[in-house]
Write a protein that binds this ligand. Structure first.
Ligand code: MRU
Length: 356
């Protein structure tokens, strides 16, 4: 399974090995993370990305800190640095906090405990992902039944597959399940500028499993929805506030608006670790990452010689701004597809499902 449905694994030397997602789809390479600092660089530079996998590397980063130095002061310091390596995906803070609490209460072998807990966090994400797959695919089948259709067109934004959450992802999990159930499914993949997670990663993932899909420029979804070419939208999330507001890759909000205007169901697939009960108003309070303007100004691809290259696509001195995420208000979301079932995006229903 390593490297096919897992973006990360422990190698035989006890180090963390990850697929280098900055190289896909042109080069398939892995990177070995030997220290907490390596984990921090991998998260910051987006060698690993996607809320679930960031959380997993957060947990494994704490394990690597323990492997380097079992002094609790060092472990706490590194955990704080890992926690701060990217600001929006709350799975990172969630996973690091679980690790720290376990280690602070540990009476046995610190390293063994850290390793066991980090592996547990990854494995539980995998179980959550397979539950999301089933609930999400049931929705697809229900939509087909209601419309009397033999096939379904799904639109997704960014990458929420197994590169983002082991082993099936979140938003792509029901799509993989549809393939397993023999559902005739076609996926519109938003290219997801500026880093092109859709064009580079989602398309690569779906291609590996021979899932019928078409990459579309980010501006195309609204027109497709208006023309009746999309039956359902499904995305993942980096953080969902207690009132059901959804932070996900920049551009998600516009798709939700278009879906709402065209009466197309708009679902958000998340595991529990993506919920942030501390934030009551996501639009106001979810921290949004700002990244380098170079990600907007330069584009990466294969040149005519077949070599990976970067090109400037703007005037040299032009100014750009690069918000990594936006917030889709709860009112635009049809439901959250979680490992516990499907939940409406309001505080009462979210609490009932996760805190009752
Ligand atoms: O900046 P990225 O690539 O880490 O952003 C990823 C996303 O926005 C995904 O849609 C999100 O993490 C949900 S999938 C777990």
């Amino acid at each position: 399974m390593n490297g096919k449905y897992r973006a990360l694994w422990l190698n035989e030397d006890g180090y963390v090995e990850v697929i280098d997602q900055t190289k896909l789809p042109f080069e398939e390479e892995t990177v070995i993370l030997k220290s907490a600092d390596d984990a921090i660089v991998a998260i910051k530079d987006m060698i690993v990305r996607g809320a679930g996998v960031i959380g997993n590397i957060g947990a494994l980063g704490v394990y690597l800190a323990v492997k380097e130095n079992s002094d609790l002061k060092y472990i706490i310091k590194k955990s704080k640095e890992i926690r701060e390596s990217r600001p929006t995906a709350v799975n990172l803070m969630w996973a690091v906090d679980i690790m720290l609490e376990t280690l602070l209460n540990c009476e046995g072998d610190l390293l063994e405990t850290a390793k066991k807990e980090a592996i547990k966090i990854c494995d539980e994400d995998s179980e959550r992902s397979s539950q999301i797959a089933k609930y999400g695919c049931d929705i697809f089948e229900q939509i087909m039944k209601e419309k009397g259709k033999k096939s379904i067109n799904v639109l997704t934004h960014c990458n929420a597959g197994w590169l983002a959450i082991v082993d099936d992802g979140s938003a792509l999990a029901p799509i993989y399940e549809a393939k397993r159930r023999g559902v005739d499914i076609h996926v519109y993949v938003d290219e997801t500028r500026p880093r092109n997670q859709g064009a580079n990663l989602t398309s690569w993932e779906l291609g590996q499993d021979e899932i019928n899909h078409t990459i579309i420029p980010d501006n195309t979804g609204g027109y497709l929805m208006q023309q009746g070419l999309v039956d359902v939208c499904i995305v993942g999330a980096d953080r969902v506030s207690a009132n059901g507001d959804v932070a996900n890759k920049i551009g998600t909000y516009l798709k939700a608006l278009a879906a709402n205007d065209n009466n197309i169901p708009f679902y958000v697939a998340i595991p529990e670790g993506t919920l942030d009960f501390e934030i009551k108003d996501g639009v106001k309070d979810i921290p949004i990452e700002t990244r380098s303007e170079d990600e907007v100004k330069y584009i990466r691809g294969l040149n005519k010689e077949g070599k990976v290259d970067e090109l400037l696509i703007t005037p040299k001195g032009a100014k750009a701004v690069n918000y990594g995420f936006d917030i889709t208000p709860a009112r635009l979301v049809t439901g959250l597809i979680t490992e516990k079932g499907v939940c409406k995006t309001n505080e009462e229903d979210i609490y009932k499902m996760f805190r009752a």
